[in-house]
Design a binder for this molecule. Structure first.
Ligand code: NAD
Length: 501
């Protein structure tokens, strides 16, 4: 094994406009380690620009991180709920203080436009505050037993050592909504972030460190997917909370089955349904935002727009006009509506998916764009019509700014087409009819439903998660529900024998 260069100094932080790449390292047991950097993250809007250089962890690094978490966890749990809350409140304050720099860093490493990055940072702050407050919530219930001399209580205890594996598309909010409840409930964490966004991960880990989190309570191991796999297989891990692709999620589920607790949030293929009584402008805005926001790189993005035939022509005219007006560019520049895709591979994948859609008979309603900056992984937003309902495209999660428009005549037909996907993450419904709202809330197979708003978007204080292949069998994330995954529940029967005197 190569000797590790160990340093207790934190690595230089990547800042939004620093000309030199940051050198990042793993965080283990409160020490930043900087072995040779063999990997780099780049700015998707300027592919020549290296944002950060970082090492690839291996089985040995993961093992040490898990061992550090196992050592730190009992003391972190014993520190008490008030102290855990104090650290999370302090982390929220640090996020608020650094919000501009964090947003610029997200834009530089992930590519989303700055206002969206600022929104994501604000969400991370909300999440930290929400889970800080949860440390003061009741952790169990008290029941009367079958005799007056018995009381029954439920007790929640930390799960133990939790592995967090996160994707690149929300590089601060998704890790925050896993790490904050894990820490709030007294767990220690080993975090493997996406190798596309390591600098944002280091920035969040440093914030928690500055907030007073003791060494070992959060460990960060950088590197490719193999590091995540090592974490899933590591001895001493009690649970894995994963967000990412369906393929990787399924592999984690089968590797962890029966051995550890597994929570999965996976892909989506969300429908938006516009009924003929809807406010068409609102539906157009909702579909444009849902499909094109973050260049379509959201799990909850609208991929299929089902439009009632009487409003189809008006809808298409307005949607294509709106999409044509979207300005593509570097997300850090004012006025940019759409940033690049995250990588060359991502762009090539979406290009292939759109070619396949046209091969299936789909008609592209938006033309090629002359304003695509060549320096980044830009992809022109696309609206596709006339796809066959039984073709492969409508079943695929196209992770880019692409939406397929499908006309419908009857309510039941709209519901049937909307549900005709193995995914079930989110859905949007546009209507003024309360009866339609009620039926769609009951019959749409989606874990999140937005009425008269885009299929994207989630708040920190309510449950988040999908149905069908979009999620694993584990409990939902966020809100008070988050504790279901991060704690074990015990039921205690306590007998108080009658006094003898
Ligand atoms: P991904 O599955 O490629 O990677 C996610 C994480 O898993 C990364 O950290 C990666 O390094 C790691 N990983 C890769 N192979 C692994 C393995 N064999 N074992 C363990 N870990 C491994 O996903 P991505 O490209 O980063 O993200 C895009 C996907 O995430 C899309 O499918 C999107 O729908 C999904 N997503 C879902 C949600 C949700 O809440 N449902 C939210 C955001 C993104």
């Amino acid at each position: 094994m190569r000797a590790q260069a160990v340093t207790s100094r934190p690595p230089a932080e990547a800042t939004a406009n620093s000309a030199r790449p940051a050198r990042l390292g793993h965080l283990i047991d409160g020490e930043w380690e900087q072995p040779d950097a063999t990997l780099e993250s780049t700015n998707p809007a300027r592919r020549e620009e290296v944002v950060a250089l970082f090492p690839a962890g291996d089985d040995a690094v993961v093992e040490r991180a898990v061992a550090a978490a196992s050592r730190a966890q009992p003391a972190w749990a014993r520190a008490g709920a008030a102290e855990r809350g104090r650290v999370l409140y302090a982390a929220a304050a640090e996020v608020q203080r650094d919000r501009r720099a964090l947003a610029l860093l997200i834009t530089r490493e992930e590519g989303k436009p700055l206002p969206e990055a600022e929104g994501e940072v604000a969400r991370a702050e909300d999440i930290l505050r929400f889970h800080a407050a949860q440390t003061a919530a009741a952790t169990g219930e008290t029941f009367e037993g079958s005799s007056s001399e018995q009381q029954i209580r439920t007790i929640r205890l930390p799960l133990g050592v939790v592995g967090v594996i996160s994707p690149w598309n929300f590089p601060i909010a998704i890790p925050a909504w896993k790490i904050a409840p894990a820490l709030a409930h007294g767990n220690a964490v080993v975090w493997k972030p996406s190798s596309q966004t390591p600098a944002v991960a280091v920035a969040l880990a440093r914030i928690l460190e500055r907030a007073g989190l003791p060494g070992g309570a959060l460990n960060l191991v950088l590197g490719p997917g193999a590091v995540g796999q090592a974490l899933v297989e590591a001895e001493g891990v009690d649970g894995i909370s994963f967000t990412g692709s369906e393929e990787v999620g399924r592999a984690i589920a089968s590797s962890g089955a029966g051995r550890i607790k597994v929570q999965l949030e996976l892909g989506g293929n969300s429908p938006a349904i516009a009924f003929d009584d809807c406010d068409v402008e609102l539906a157009v805005a909702g579909v444009a935002e849902g499909a094109m926001g973050s260049s379509g790189q959201k799990c909850t993005a609208t991929r299929r727009a089902l439009i009632a035939r009487p409003i189809l022509d008006e809808f298409l005219e307005r949607l294509t006009a709106r999409v044509r007006e979207l300005r593509l560019g570097d997300g850090s520049e004012a006025g940019t509506d759409l940033g690049p895709l995250v990588s060359a591979d991502a762009r090539e994948g979406v290009e292939r998916d759109v070619e396949a859609a046209i091969g299936e008979g789909g008609r592209l309603l938006t033309e090629a764009r002359g304003d695509l900056p060549e320096v980044g992984h830009f992809f022109a937003p696309a609206v596709i019509a006339e796809l066959p309902l039984d073709g492969a495209t409508l079943q695929r999660e196209i992770f880019g700014p692409v939406v397929s428009v499908i006309p419908f005549d009857e309510f039941d037909e709209a519901l049937q087409v909307a549900n005709d996907t193995r995914y079930g993450l989110s859905a949007a419904v546009f209507t003024r009819d309360l009866r339609v709202v009620e039926r769609t809330l009951r019959e749409l197979e989606a874990g999140l439903i937005h009425v008269n708003g885009p299929s994207t978007g989630a708040e920190a204080h309510v449950p988040f998660g999908g149905l069908k292949a979009s999620s694993g069998p584990g409990p939902k994330e966020q809100g008070t529900q988050a504790r279901e995954f991060f704690t074990e529940l015990k039921t205690a029967y306590i007998d108080y024998p009658a006094a003898t005197t």
